[in-house]
Structures are given as C-alpha cells and as structure tokens.
Design a protein around this ligand. Structure first.
Ligand code: CP
Length: 309
C-alpha cells in the first residue's frame, strides 16, 4: 500500500511496488484520458531549491494531466528561504497548503529531514549527489518498454559516477532484480562512492567491474547509461575542466555496440553524447523524458491513493 507514504530513497519501494507503479504507468500511456480527472481537487507543491527542467516540469505536467493543480517555486531565492527561513519551517508551511510535495534540494539528506516535518507524502526530486528515485522510475519504465524485463541485463554506467545521483539510485534499484551485472565506467576520480557500493553490492564484487575505457566494454552491454559530469558539485573548476569530456559517445563507438543495446541518459546532456547519436534507434533518452511524466503520474496517484474516475 503506497497511499500516504514518502519516496525518499530507492529503498522505499519494494520490487512488488515498483511493478505496481510500472503497470499503472503503462495503463496511463495506453489510455491517458481515463486518468484525466484522477486528481481533481488535489494540489501538488513543487519546491525546487536547485535548477531543473525535466523533473519539475514533468511533475507539474503529470499533476495537470491528472486533473490536479500545482503551486511551488523553481528556485530557493524566490521563497522565504532567501530571508533565512529553515527548510523545516518551509516544509511545515507548504504541507499546510498542498496534498503532496516534490522537493529538490542541493543538500544530501534534505528530503529525509523534510519528510519528518510534514504529514503529506514527500517525494525526493533529487537531494544533492545522493539519490533521485523518480528518475529511477523513469529509467525502469524506459527499460521495460525496450527490453520487456528488468532482469538478466548487463548495464554500463558511464561518466560521473561519484556525484551522479541518478546512477546511485538506478544501481540500488536494478540490484533488486535477478542476475543484473554492472559495468562501472569512469575515471578513477569520478568512481562510484564506497558507501553506494557497500549498500548496493553488499561486498559482493562478482556483480560489478570497474573500468576506465568505454570502448573496451561497450560490446557487452544491454544498456548504456551515460551521465553528465556534474559541474555544480565540484569544489575546483580546474578539476571539472580536466574531467568534463572524459567520455563522448559517437556514432563510431555505437558501431561497436550490440544491435539491441539501448542508450539512456537522465539529461541534461552537455557533450557526453554527440547529437549524431540522437537519430540512432537505440538512443532512448528522449523517450525516457516522456516516460518520466507517466512514471510520475503513476507515483502521484499511488501516493495519494486515488483511482481513475
Ligand atoms: N534528469 C533530471 O533530473 O533533469 P532535470 O535536472 O532537468 O530535472
């Protein structure tokens, strides 16, 4: 039963609950009109203390397409946080106005804290370099559409695995499904944090390998998950400039990949996928964008406990 719950980390959802959400999202894709009044009279609060295009707008589009309404802000500087109001007071206040909250914040753990101070469901829309569980629902729905399974896949995660919260969330979720293997492709300095490895792989190093060259492993992959080097999380501009173009996926590299490998990217993209790859039918990152809205429609419905009407 998801009604009234929060989604703060990928571990807040069991495998059964993930499938419940995926099945509902698929039904919404098939018959969107049947869901257009599901959230009549409900309000979503979108509190974005960090920039966003996809996550905020897909949450807002999701609620509007369900017949609900939205309030919120797209930067902390336009809220009373700019006057020194604490996150806890902001959440207590917004929780008095809305039925459900989606919050993005630059501090790791902020959603966990916020969820303790409101009675309405709180969705983590990204907390610093920590987790981004609704991006993972987006990714899972796109994988299911393309592969018809979440099991037995070889998943290459490439780029900034240190700061990439979408990567941390995806690994944690895909580990819940049988026989998935992970190839972690990054410069050593941007490798996956030990805490994510410890939690996701539980000390079992058979489930993953770490490499530096994409070309050496691309032929083994069922899914290639590209990521942007997260400029905003670097302490030092020179390090960012040195690492930012570590990986660029080109049509030439795609020639080395399986015919049915899919390419995902949470976006925004900077340089890491050349635009020539966009026309390759294996490039699924713009379909992923659309899946994000449907996955969030399903999540909002389940957390509010509403049905189609
Ligand atoms: N994927 C994602 O989180 O994109 P935005 O930062 O644009 O929301």
């Amino acid at each position: 039963m998801l009604k009234g719950r929060n989604l703060v980390t990928p571990d807040d959802l069991s495998v059964e609950e993930i499938f419940e959400l995926m099945n509902l999202a698929k039904q919404i894709i098939e018959s969107p009109k049947e869901y257009s009044n599901a959230c009549n009279g409900k309000i979503l609060g979108t509190l974005f203390f960090e920039p966003s295009t996809r996550t905020r707008l897909s949450f807002e589009a999701a609620m509007l397409r369900l017949g609900g309404e939205i309030v919120g802000f797209s930067e902390g500087s336009s809220s009373s946080a700019a006057k020194g109001e604490s996150l806890i007071d902001t959440i207590r206040t917004v929780g008095a106005y809305v039925d459900i909250i989606a919050m993005r914040h630059p501090k790791e753990g902020s959603s966990h804290l916020a969820a303790r101070y409101t009675d309405v469901p709180l969705i983590n829309a990204g907390d610093g370099g920590h987790y981004h569980p609704t991006q993972t629902l987006t990714d899972l729905l796109t994988i299911l559409e393309s592969k018809d399974t979440l099991e037995g896949l070889v998943i290459g995660l490439c780029g900034d695995l240190k700061f990439g919260r979408t990567v941390h969330s995806l690994i944690k979720s895909m580990k819940k499904f049988k026989d998935n293997k992970f190839i972690l492709i990054s410069p050593q300095e941007l490798g996956i944090p030990e805490y994510v490895k410890a939690i996701a792989f539980n000390g079992n190093s058979e489930d993953y390998i770490e490499v530096e060259r994409l070309e050496d492993v691309i032929d083994q992959l069922d899914i290639l998950y590209m990521t942007r080097v997260q400029k905003e999380r670097f302490f030092n501009e020179a390090d960012y400039v040195r690492l930012k173009d570590s990986y660029i996926l080109t049509p030439k590299k795609m020639q080395l990949a399986k015919k049915d490998m899919i390419v995902l990217h949470p976006l925004p993209r900077v340089n890491e996928i050349s635009i020539e790859v966009d026309s390759d039918e294996r490039a699924k990152y713009f379909r992923q964008v659309k899946c994000g809205m449907y996955a969030r429609m399903a999540l909002i419905m389940k957390l509010l406990g509403v049905e189609k009407c």
